[in-house]
Design a protein around this ligand. Structure first.
Ligand code: FDA
Ligand code: NAP
Length: 446
């Protein structure tokens, strides 16, 4: 006689990924449970999160020593949702004994290394809700007596290769962004995406003295990589290749900055497709393909000093594109095409770093057959409700919520930290409002 395997315990929320977005959600869950303990009218919401990394890490490959945040510390994981939360950046500063030092610093933009430490401090305080080294590889339906998908099983692969399941009445996808390489370019020993810069540099022989780098792109990552390589390898030439005439400043002025406010998400969400495209066109330069003005100044100063000293180490190949990449065991040839003249020039480099941006995750990649139940817009993109719930056919009564991957519906702050705290509050409210009165939805198998 064989025994029937026990179904995994059910959670109100199973989270995919444990970056800032889902750490903020875990904090929201904890605060909600604390309120529920004091007030029976407040529902307690349970959750478990899966993170494929061994421990918390936020874009570690770009955690450059002197890079600063691109968002005010007041847009931390909690403050705009709950200014009284003890998970704020200010509470973190107080706990590490730097509150007064930070105040004297008179900045809204901490170092990224410091903000990483803040995020790790938050993640550590809600560690009871997360499983690390746990990569979500599939999502499977759990049907109720009526045949509807009332819950979902999240299948995770552990570090030893074993598979486990977590069952949830709701999923919250927050897998972040995936590095994007230009068509025809493949990552290799000498061809890197900026996302892995510090990992790849850390693997170099300590005695290695690269002579020449190529850095592709003109966004914040590209400028930071060019600056880092230029200063870290004083004997090396850094060739920056991009299609613009020059690095262009990010618009951080106060009226334009309102594009990151929660009200701007309402405006964007309520707009027609044409108006959304216009808004995005006007304000792309608050975030994409733009660089912090201080860093532009630093790069210009370096390039001018080079000219004065007669030794040009920072070479700008503007109005240019990469026409070909040929990686060999001993180097990489990057063919650069000057767009106005069409002239092609090969650059023999030790390493080429592509700071060519990211693409958002698509929940359908993990949903298997369930992806067919996702409602799509005319461009084939997932339709998403204002409360970040994925629109699905009525056959799915469980909730699937998205943190990220909603730029087409919720606007430019979707992939950023600006709205994380407020977004988490909306998702929590939506989940709590739909909790079944009975704690467990009877599952009839898959
Ligand atoms: P994030 O990518 O941080 O986290 C997703 C997590 O999910 C990762 O830990 C990943 O390992 C995990 N994961 C993915 N798939 C999984 C799976 N199948 N199973 C289990 N785990 C999985 N924004 C901003 O507002 N201000 C800023 O200063 C910056 N700075 C910045 C610097 C750099 C170098 C980059 C590349 C980006 C930024 N950003 C930013 C934008 C950035 O998207 C944002 O800061 C957050 O990382 C978004 O947090 P998320 O949790 O949504 O994604
Ligand atoms: P990005 O802003 O999307 O910039 C990508 C760059 O790559 C652009 O210059 C783009 O050029 C170029 N590019 C794209 N495809 C290309 C191709 N096929 N060939 C040649 N060039 C190509 O990406 P990012 O700089 O990585 O920034 C992403 C996000 O991370 C932003 O939100 C940014 O603020 C954030 N970030 C923050 C920090 C920090 O906090 N300190 C650091 C790094 C990044 P075109 O414009 O010509 O297409």
């Amino acid at each position: 006689m064989t025994s029937t395997p026990q179904p995994p315990p059910s959670h109100d929320i199973v989270g995919i990924g444990f970056g800032p977005s889902n750490v903020a959600l875990a904090i929201g869950l904890r605060e909600q449970r604390e309120r529920a303990a004091a007030d029976p009218a407040v529902p307690a919401v349970s959750g478990v999160f899966h993170e494929r990394q061994e421990h918390f890490g936020w874009h570690r490959g770009m955690l450059l020593d002197d890079a600063t945040m691109q968002v005010s510390f007041l847009k931390d994981l909690v403050t705009t949702r709950n200014p009284a939360s003890d998970f704020s950046f200010l509470c973190y500063l107080s706990s590490v004994g730097r509150l007064h030092d930070f105040i004297n610093h008179k900045t809204l933009f901490p170092l990224r290394t410091e903000f990483h430490d803040y995020l790790a401090w938050c993640a550590g305080r809600v560690a009871d809700q997360v499983r690390y080294s746990s990569e979500v590889v599939a999502v499977e339906p759990v049907r109720d007596a009526a045949g509807r998908v009332a819950q979902l099983d999240v299948v995770t692969r552990r570090a030893d290769g074993s598979l486990e399941r977590s069952r949830g009445r709701n999923l919250v996808f927050a897998p972040g962004l995936s590095p994007r390489l230009p068509d025809g370019v493949t990552a290799g020993e000498r061809v890197w995406h900026s996302e892995y810069l510090l990992h790849r540099l850390g693997e170099l022989d300590p005695g290695a003295a690269p002579r020449r780098f190529v850095v592709v792109g003109a966004g914040q990552s590209a400028a930071e990589v060019a600056d880092h390589l230029y200063r870290r390898f004083p004997g090396a030439e850094v060739n920056a290749v991009f299609s613009r005439y020059g690095y262009s400043p990010s618009d951080d002025s106060p009226f334009a900055n309102r594009i990151f406010d929660p009200e701007a998400v309402d405006t964007y969400f309520d707009s027609s497709a044409d108006v959304r495209a216009e808004i995005m066109g006007y304000h792309r330069n608050t975030n994409y393909s733009v660089v912090d003005p201080d860093l532009i100044d630093a790069l210009y100063r370096a390039s001018y000093q080079d000219k004065v000293n007669g030794q040009e180490r920072l070479r700008l190949h503007n109005t240019s594109r990469v026409a070909g990449v040929n990686e060999r065991p001993d180097g990489v040839t990057v063919t650069v095409e000057h767009l106005p003249s069409g002239k092609q020039t090969p650059i023999e480099a030790d390493y080429a770093v592509f700071a060519t941006g990211y693409r958002p995750g698509d929940p359908r990649d993990l949903l298997g057959d369930l992806a067919g139940h996702v409602v799509t817009d005319p461009q084939g993109r997932p339709a998403v409700e204002r409360d970040y719930r994925l629109a699905t056919s009525d056959e799915l009564t469980c909730g699937i919520y998205l943190q990220g991957g909603t730029e087409h519906t919720h606007g430019i702050s979707s992939s950023l930290l600006s709205n994380v705290a407020v977004r988490v509050g909306l998702i929590l409210d939506a989940v709590a409002a739909r909790l079944p009165s009975a704690a467990t939805v009877p599952a009839q198998g898959r």
